[in-house]
Design a binder for this molecule. Structure first.
Ligand code: MG
Length: 161
């Protein structure tokens, strides 16, 4: 069995007038995240972890924010493209572990919903999806509630004969 680990990190700024989409789930919030695509910071970090695990170019190179094609793009479609590329090479998910860093809004009420959506996107059991959140205790840009960060680690495997 061949195992690979990948890590992904993403940042997006809060703005008024855009939705807050995390793991393809619409989160009720007075602020959303700014970005060229739908700014799904969580999925972006997971995609970069998958790409990193297999030595592929990162999402900034694959889906450039200068390309009009990705304007307001649904990140779950970009995720599907990345994951399909790995499936074609016979990779499967061992587990993914995600940490969201944000001083607003409170995210724990949406954990189950997000984990179910991620399990569906990966076509795996929900026990393979880890999700948690922490605050910056008022420090720095997170503490000033200017944006949020997502950090993800994935492990993938494939049988080698
Ligand atoms: Mg991003």
């Amino acid at each position: 069995m061949l195992l690979r680990v990948g890590h992904g990190l993403d940042f997006h700024r809060f703005v008024v007038g855009r939705p807050l989409i995390l793991g393809n789930v619409d989160i009720p919030s007075e602020v959303g995240l700014d970005g060229h695509s739908d700014a799904d910071v969580l999925l972006h970090s997971v995609m970069d972890a998958l790409l990193g695990a297999t030595g592929r170019p990162d999402i900034g190179q694959l889906f450039p924010d200068t390309d009009i094609k990705y304007k307001n793009a649904d990140s779950s479609r970009l995720f599907a493209e990345v994951w399909y590329g790995l499936l074609q090479e016979k990779w499967s998910l061992v587990n993914v572990d995600i940490t969201l860093l944000a001083d607003r809004p409170k995210l724990s009420p949406y954990f189950l919903n997000i984990k179910e959506r991620l399990a569906a996107l990966f076509s795996v059991d929900i026990s393979r999806i880890g999700l948690k959140a922490t605050t910056a205790e008022g420090m720095g840009f997170l503490g000033r509630k200017e944006g949020m960060v997502a950090s993800s680690v994935v492990m993938i495997q494939k049988l080698v004969i």
